[in-house]
Each structure stands twice: as C-alpha cells, then as structure tokens.
Design a protein around this ligand. Sequence first.
Ligand SMILES: CCCCCCCCCCCCCCCC(=O)SCCNC(=O)CCNC(=O)[C@H](O)C(C)(C)COP(=O)(O)OP(=O)(O)OC[C@H]1O[C@@H](n2cnc3c(N)ncnc32)[C@H](O)[C@@H]1OP(=O)(O)O
Length: 206
Amino acid sequence: MSPDRPTLTATPHNVGVDAAVAAARRVVTALLHAGDGSAAAMAEVASRLTAVAEHLEEHAPTRDERLVDMWAGEGVTRHDPVTGPENAVAPPLPLSGLPDGSIQGTVTLGLPYQGPPGCVHGGVSALLLDHTLGVANHWAGDSGMTGTLTLRYHRPTPLFEELTVRARQVSVEGRKIRTTGEILAGDAVCVSAEGLFVNKHLPRPR
Ligand SMILES: CCCCCCCCCCCCCCCC(=O)SCCNC(=O)CCNC(=O)[C@H](O)C(C)(C)COP(=O)(O)OP(=O)(O)OC[C@H]1O[C@@H](n2cnc3c(N)ncnc32)[C@H](O)[C@@H]1OP(=O)(O)O
C-alpha cells in the first residue's frame, strides 16, 4: 500500500475462501466462453459443480450466523458485490484514495458483465458507480445510503479493456451528501454519475 494511495478495499488472499472465489469467477467466465456449442462434457461439469455446491452448503454456518460474521471486522469490504474478495459476483474492483480526496480503481470486465455486443451492461456500470460513490463518501468521512443515483451513458463502455472508475464527494448539507463519479476507457468518459446520499445507516446484524 502506498502512503499516497491508501487501499480502501479488502486485499484478496491467495488462499482460503478468496482462492476458491477466484476459481469460481474463472468457472463463470469459462462457462460463458464455452457456451452451448462447447465440446466439453457439460453433464460431467454440472455434476462436479453440483458436488462442490453441496459440499459448501453442508459445511456453511446458518444464514443468521453468517450475517453477523459478515458485518464484523472489516465488514462489507470482504463480501460486497463490487470489491469483495469473498464474492464471486464482484469483478473485483480495488479502490484507493488519492491525495486530492477522490478515490479511483481500475478493472477489466469480461463476458459475465456484457450488455450490448462487446460492451458493459448499463446496470453493471450503475453498480460499480453506486458502490464507488459510496466508498468515496466513507473516505471523505460523511456517508449514507443512496437516495438518488443519476447516470449519463455518454458512449458504450468496452469489455476487455482497462476501465478507470473514480469518484469524489462534492458537498455535505445536513444529512444530504452529493457525490459524483465516472467510468473512463482511456481518457474518454463512458458513464458519469451524480448521487444524492442521505446520512442514514442500518444497524449491523448481531
Ligand atoms: C475509510 C474508507 C473505508 C472504505 C470502507 C468502505 C465501506 C463500505 C462502503 C459501502 C458503499 C456502499 C454503496 C452502496 C450504497 C447502497 O447501495 S445503499 C442501498 C440503496 N439505497 C437504499 O436502499 C435507500 C432506501 N431509502 C431509504 O432508506 C430512505 O428513503 C433514505 C434514502 C435513507 C431517506 O430516508 P430518511 O432518512 O427518512 O430521509 P428524510 O428524513 O425523509 O429526508 C432527509 C432529506 O433527504 C432528502 N431525501 C430523502 N430521500 C431522498 C431520495 N431518495 N433522493 C433524494 N433526496 C432524498 C429529503 O428530501 C430530505 O431533504 P431536506 O428536506 O432535509 O432538504
């Protein structure tokens, strides 16, 4: 971690659940690449994946226990659907703080996130921006829940190219927090976002 750019997201470990989740992401991507015309023995693949799922389910704690555990310690950063190393849905997008108070990260998205041909799904862009704006608020010190998120899709966002996702808190008025952000491909802004967050926090499960 650079002192100029503190890491704001959980760092993945190459062991334990993080390693299993990295493998699961690879499976999701490989299945999409394989498609229905694949020569792979899909019945056998399905059977082996089902066995893995049953093994995990058999050894999992109860849902209530897991919810308490998830929100302890580092909390959301290990399992959220954007940055979390424990969440196979997360691309993942690592985020760092910049000296000017903004935050930024880079990510390359593949087929699981496709909307228009060869491009990122608009809802996926919304997910990345909502979360990144939320982390920018935590980094700035005043945070809350998304009240309104306004997006402008300037140009298609490419798959398979490095994207920069960045955000910054703009103002705090009472409980209302305004935050903006963008997704860029190279220097070109693909999506921009304006968020109105309201300072309210739901209690952690206990
Ligand atoms: C140090 C760094 C470490 C990093 C560490 C990372 C930590 C981890 C980061 C996680 C980052 C997650 C980022 C994802 C964030 C979600 O995904 S949050 C989930 C999506 N959002 C929701 O589910 C919210 C659902 N809505 C609600 O719960 C409530 O409607 C709200 C939005 C909290 C507001 O309710 P309320 O508290 O009753 O607000 P209320 O008193 O009616 O209004 C207060 C003011 O806000 C305004 N307002 C209320 N609602 C709205 C609205 N929807 N739109 C605009 N204005 C509104 C009102 O007009 C009022 O304004 P004034 O009259 O004061 O001028």
